[in-house]
Design a protein around this ligand. Structure first.
Ligand code: PHE
Length: 339
């Protein structure tokens, strides 16, 4: 009986098919349900005990060789098969590739970056997990300062404090620590605040903050920069600055742009005033400069910060902030032409 198996081993080794049909017949004959290998296995019980070991080794050898042979042949014939593509009509138009689209927040972020890039601002980034110094203390918000409550914070660890940054002003501190003036930089990034999720606010969102430090930078430089920016982004350059308070700027202001009252939507989003608040700004507080080892007698500067979601919602007339995070392709695909 063993000699029968050995004969089959030789046959497998020398098997040389003409086409895939031969391979298929070979497969059925050898490893099919009623094939040789199953047959030999079923004969195993009839083999004399003294021969069992040699017999077992022989069938296993046959099985291994057959499977290996089939794998090689399949590979060979499959690769031959693909060459039949040549017979296909190469002039047939190919199916159109569905292109994806960029997220509206990325589109607006990149537009803002480009606008500031044109007037010499570079881009700086920093970590989303921050320490107390960069998010608060260096920004003129020492411990127990009441303004710390202005931004409800997600703490990760207490003492020493680690937290999710509440604004990208932390990046400005890092940038000032590592660079000498003149500094012109904008810092886009994701920020986190412990706020209830609603149509208008979310517990995380994106900001872009700007910083300009040089000799003799004045409030009128800030105003001109804002007029340039609002004209580029919104096509509107009528702005007003309302006095406000931020611990890291003095004086501080809130920037409104005149949106107009041409449509019913304009009435609704501006609450009938025609004005829309778009960002906060101010002259960098000398304490902040000193905290970053910049001499506040020689240098001054301005800073501003805005929420990218807010601007995106305004520009695309999006009513609910939550839709920006759902990644519903029916929503995202509407921005294909905006890139
Ligand atoms: N960091 C402020 C905020 O998150 C925005 C701001 C930046 C205001 C720079 C003034 C100057 O609300």
């Amino acid at each position: 009986m063993i000699s029968e198996i050995e004969k089959k081993i030789k046959e497998v080794k020398s098997f040389n098919p003409k086409d895939f049909k031969d391979v298929e017949n070979f497969r059925i004959k050898y490893i099919g349900k009623k094939g040789f290998i199953n047959h030999f296995f079923s004969e195993f019980k009839k083999v004399k005990s003294s021969d069992k070991k040699a017999y077992g080794l022989a069938i296993n050898e046959l099985k291994k060789l057959t499977i290996q042979k089939l794998e090689d042949l399949n590979y060979k014939f499959n690769s031959v098969n693909t060459s039949s593509i040549e017979k296909e009509d190469l002039t047939r138009p190919f199916s159109v590739l569905e292109l994806g689209s960029r997220h509206p927040i990325s589109i607006i972020r990149d537009k803002i970056i480009e606008i500031f890039y044109k007037i010499g601002f570079d881009v700086s980034e920093g970590p989303e997990i921050e320490d107390d110094w960069h998010n608060f203390t260096a920004l003129n918000l020492p411990e127990h300062h009441p303004a710390r409550d202005m931004q409800d914070t997600f703490f990760i660890e207490k003492n020493p404090d680690f937290l999710l940054r509440t604004h990208t002003s932390s990046v400005q501190i890092r940038h000032m620590e590592n660079n000498n003036p003149p500094i012109r930089t904008i810092s886009p990034g994701r920020v986190y605040r412990n706020e209830d999720i609603s149509a208008r606010s979310h517990c995380f969102f994106h900001q872009i903050e700007g910083l300009y430090i040089d000799k003799k930078v004045s409030f009128s430089d800030l105003k001109q920069t804002l007029i340039y920016f609002t004209k580029e982004l919104f096509g509107k350059s009528k702005i007003r600055l309302r006095p406000s308070y931020f611990p890291f700027t003095e004086p501080s202001a809130e920037v409104d742009i005149y949106w107009g009252l041409n449509s019913e939507t304009d009435y609704r989003i501006t609450k009938g005033t025609g004005w829309l608040e778009i960002m906060g700004c101010g002259m960098v507080d000398p304490n902040v400069l000193e905290n970053c080892k910049i001499n506040s007698n020689d240098f001054s500067g301005f800073a501003f910060g805005m929420g990218i979601e807010r601007i995106t919602m305004l520009l695309y007339q999006i009513e609910d902030i939550r839709i920006l995070y759902e990644n519903d392709s029916r929503f995202i695909n509407q921005f294909k032409n905006s890139i």
